[in-house]
Design a protein around this ligand. Sequence first.
Ligand SMILES: [Zn+2]
Length: 91
Amino acid sequence: MAMEYRNLMEDIVLQNLDTVMAAEGGCTCDACKSDVVAYTLNHLAPHYVATRQGRLMVKLQSYELQSRADVVAALSEAAVMVAKSPRHGRE
Ligand SMILES: [Zn+2]
């Protein structure tokens, strides 16, 4: 049996990424999206669960209810920061 664990925070950030970035009005190319995700995940505590696939959705839904406001706030901050100084096109 393989080890199974996952950072639910990452799923919740990805679920809310497009909506928040669209609301902030900045660039939504893959480079900017990646920067927003990385910045956001560095500013939120991870929430790892060790669970098998079948039980994952239940845990994810319940955790999203608790953490969504924090995630959206962190994403907005990241989106504003990335929109101010995007790194796309200057690797
Ligand atoms: Zn961009």
